[in-house]
Structures are given as C-alpha cells and as structure tokens.
Design a protein around this ligand. Sequence first.
Ligand code: PHE
Ligand code: NA
Length: 467
Amino acid sequence: MNTPTVHPQWSSRLAFVLAATGSAVGLGNIWKFPYVVGENGGGAFVLVYLACIFLMGIPILMAESMLGRLGRRSPVATMQHLVTEQKAFKGWALIGWNGVLASALVLSFYAVIGGWSLAYVVHALSGDFTLDPASTEPAIAVIGGIFSDLLANPLELLLWHSLFMLIVIGIVGRGVRQGLERSITWLMPMLFILLLVLVGYAMTTGEFMRGVTFLFRPNFADLSGQAMLAALGHAAFTLSIGIGVMMAYGSYLPDSVNIPRTVISIALLDVVVALLAGLAIFPIVFAEGLQVGEGPGLIFVTLPLAFAQMGDWVAGLNVSLMVASLFFLLLAIAAITSAISMLEPVVEWLEEQKGLSRLSGTLLGGGVIWFVGIATLLSFNLWDKFYPLAALGIERTFFQLFDFLVSNLMMPLGGLAIVLFAGWVIPRATLEQQLPVSQTAFNLLYLLLRWITPAGVALVFFYQLIR
Ligand code: PHE
Ligand code: NA
C-alpha cells in the first residue's frame, strides 16, 4: 500500500464528494448539454450520450480517481510515480501532461462562458428580464437583443471574463477551496429546485411533450459520426474526466472511501441535472419558435424568456427578478466550482515541477489561461468568421477548435489511456482492493476497464471515419 507522501487527505468521504460534484456539475450540464443536444438532433444523441456515461464515463471516473489515490501526488507526478512503481512503459506518463495542457485549455474557454453567466446575474438584478407589459416589442426581441449586444461587445466580454478568472485565481491562490466546497451542500439542492421550477414552467408552454419527444425519441437515421463523437466528448466533459482533474481530487481520498459507490452517485447526479435542464429548455424553444440548433447562446435566450413570463406568478412580488437573479447566480457559482478544479492540476504542476509557490503558480497559470481565453472571447464577435485552420479545410473558430480539441479529443483519449493503464498495468489484486464491490460486479468492472470501455472509445473514433 502507498503511504501518503506529499498530500494530506480529506477528512471524509463527504469532502471528496463535494469537490468532485462541484467539478462535475457546472456549465456543462446547463449551458452545454442542451445546445449540443440541439445541434446533434435530439433523442439518438441523448441515448448515445447516456450509453457513453455508463459504459465509458463511469469506469474512467473510477479508474482516474483510483490512480490519483494510488499516487497521492499531482497528476503529472502521480503518473510518473505509478509508471516507475509498476516498471511500465514511460509513455503512460503522457496522461499527466495531457491533463495539465487540457485543463488549462478548457478553462480558457470555460471562463468566457462563466463570464456570460456573471453578466446575466447583473442583467437579472437590474430587472432586464422583467418585461414592461406596456411595451409592444415582443419579449423574444428584447431578450435576444440583450444576448446579441453582450456578444457583440468584446470589451464588456473581457470585463466579465477577467472578473471570472480573478474570482477563480483568488480562490485557488488563497487555498480557500474547502470553504467553497461546503457551499455545494446548499448549491446543489437549490439548483435542483430552480430547475424543477423551470421544468414546471416548461409544462405550461403547451409544447412540453414536444420537448420530451425531442429529448428522448431516438432517430438513428440522422446520427452522424460527428454526433457520436460529440456525445462521447460531452460525456467526458460533463464528468470532468480524462484530464487529471479527478486524479488530482482522488489524490486526497482516504483509503477507506468506497470509490465505485461514490463515483456512481456523482455521475447519476450529473446526468439528472443535465436532463432537467434539457426538459426545461426544449419546450420553451418550441413554444417560442426558436431554433434547436441555436448554439452556445441557447440557454441565455430561452431561460430569460421563461423568467420574464413568471413576472406575475405571485402578486406584489417581482418573481421574474428574483428567480432569474438566483438562477444565474447559482449557475455562476456552479461554473466557479468547476473552474477551480480545472486550475488545480495546472497549479499543482507549477508548484511541484517548477518549484513555484501556490500563489505565484496560480497567478502565472491563471494569467496565461486568461490571456488564451481572449481568443475564445473574440470568436463571438471580431473573429467570428476567422477560422485558424481554414487551410486544412476546418471551418471552426478558436472557441470551436479549443472545445473540439479538449472535449472530443484530449478528454476521451486521456480517458482511454487511463482505463487501459488501470486495467492492464495496475495489478488485479490492487484493483480488487481499491475498488471494493462484490465478486460478480468486480468481474464486470474488470471486463469494462480492460475491454469494453476501451473498445467503446475506439469504436466511436472508428465510426467517425466511416460515417
Ligand atoms: N464537468 C464540468 C461541467 O460539466 C466541466 C469540466 C470539464 C470540469 C473539465 C473540469 C474539467 O461543467
Ligand atoms: Na457536468
């Protein structure tokens, strides 16, 4: 058994659950899930996404947090340590490097969207989503205008992006994470309640069943190879797996914690939050005659419309203002707890391998990431037609490139390497001890780690080539 060398351990299972849940539940569930479902045609995509969560996501999440606990170091050092300990091929250490690079890249664009949610807190608080009944302008025009004005203003976006990064840097640099993680205990239930309120609203739009059908009735005819890969990529993104984030958190896990049980509950919660967001959003999309394939702006246009309609639900109370402000505040906090987890592997790497202090590591890492984020920010205005890889026939903005690179390549391939390493390099006896489940369940899990999960990931990539 490994003795804890570098790290202290978390006091309890709860501390890990809170941090890992804080990482998993975020913009991915509420902002990204609905728009990727919309872009990829609905039901069939959702089904593939769910299959990816269960057959690939959960095994990777188990393997990744287990490797973290076995190594008890930062992701880079954990992989180097395990490679030496198992006398394995040195190339496995790439898992750690891929993680540092990918978590930095993902934060660069995540912070821009986190900035949008901060901007929306202020819009909501200033009553911008409370519509004037005397106005003749349709609600959709007013609310759509707020979003397009925001996107069209690079300086304003820069302000919100910078504010978001400052908050994350402040928290990670001062190491006050633990305090924040406790906020997950009330954040999650409140988010849950607000999503239920929104689903309740969606039921009143008259298009609820159309939304349900869109989400859950699979039409495999229009499931492209691209969509399959997007489903796998989103499953990885939403569970924060494949890039060392969960490895970093797993490194603090006490040996007594039951990893399989813990990660399954985190994954289930994550799925439920995403499905509720989808159930809230699509009926509104259909009722308002909006496009399902609207893209990254989807929730920022649909949800304020829902809030605006709530104006007179309770006499004398500005329900619109209250619900909208609270919702975007919760969304911003959920984004912050995820962003913190992205900065963690980067800072740990700078501390351990480059000898920087926590504070300077955070400032340096955060500063570089902030700067790279500007390319994403400009992808929504000045550079919205600028395709850096156009010469290769790839028509994607910086934002789309970063997102594709991280979510669809680095995360799933990192996850693939992680399960392969866990299944083929770590001895079976260690796995049995680390992943305490019944004998039958273990045999299944072992089969997943060694064969099914890797084959699943490979299949998605292969399918890409043929469809
Ligand atoms: N899982 C987070 C979400 O769904 C995003 C994330 C990706 C967090 C990668 C950490 C690492 O919002
Ligand atoms: Na998520």
